[in-house]
Design a binder for this molecule. Sequence first.
Ligand SMILES: C[S@@+](CC[C@H](N)C(=O)[O-])C[C@H]1O[C@@H](n2cnc3c(N)ncnc32)[C@H](O)[C@@H]1O
Length: 315
Amino acid sequence: MLSKKQEYELITSIKGRGEIPLKFAYLGDGAKNWDAIASERTDADNGINSVEANLLRKKIHNFIASFPEVKKLNIIDIGCGNGEPIAPILDELSKQDIELRYVPIDISQEMLDLAEKFAKDNYDDIETKAIVLDFEMGNFSDVMFELKEDDYSNLLLFLGSTLGNHSGRQRVLTNFRDSMSSDDYLIIGVELTNFSKINRILPHYEGELPQNFLYFMPEHIGIPKDKTDYDVSWNDKLNQVEVRLVLKESVNVKIGAEEFTLEQDEQILLSRSVKFAEWTITKLLSEVGFRNELLTTTEDRGYLLSMVQPTRYGV
Ligand SMILES: C[S@@+](CC[C@H](N)C(=O)[O-])C[C@H]1O[C@@H](n2cnc3c(N)ncnc32)[C@H](O)[C@@H]1O
């Protein structure tokens, strides 16, 4: 399931930072665990996917207005998950006289398969082109460039507050910026929060579905769930929810040919989810070198969508 490079990255991050990067949880059968969570986030009244979808639907005309007279458009769904969050955009654009190509991008082939299936099942004759890549590893300007052949324009989407899961948020956004030309657009969706909401957010990380999802990789490398405690906490300094496992006894871990022991009481970070304030996300986007084209939030200021473009310095 893991490539050699991913094995080395996993070993290094466990030994170096005490962390199993969340991105590995989506690989292989982990994709099904995520799909179960995503369905719940879509169904529940306040699930963040449905909040995001409602906002996207409400503002879709404003977003599309940035592509006047476009005839061919790549909808590039970065970190696609099961593809469903993109529905508000495809619903609207598929009614118009535009040739659409759905381009899911993900580290997980299994997520890409689900996303492609969703698009093909719901949109007649839509062309799809799935791309496996790890967007933390550098820019993917070659991929974006090729997609623009035959006069296609590029609309990138980074939905579901995925940005908040990454420790190197600036690095991830820089990789996106360096993959975009000055006429490409990126729509990014993030969850906002205020301190009164924290106690309502934490239980979302505690149920059976999140645990199945987050224990997938630990169990794959030899850390049985019953030898750990599961800990969800709010990190006030970093404004993030953190999920950890704490070892109740020592365990032997095996990753590829490498074997090592984790000692009792060691803690491994399984997930972080940064919650943004309007000013922290706009500052981050601007520091990375994006100009804001459109910014909108839900009425309760709980979710934000921002449409940005790379800044052309000196122009
Ligand atoms: C939190 S889920 C969000 C999925 C979807 N956008 C949504 O809103 O439901 C994150 C997605 O990004 C993918 N992902 C995470 N880290 C990645 C990376 N470094 N490179 C490529 N894909 C990544 C995961 O496999 C997963 O499909």
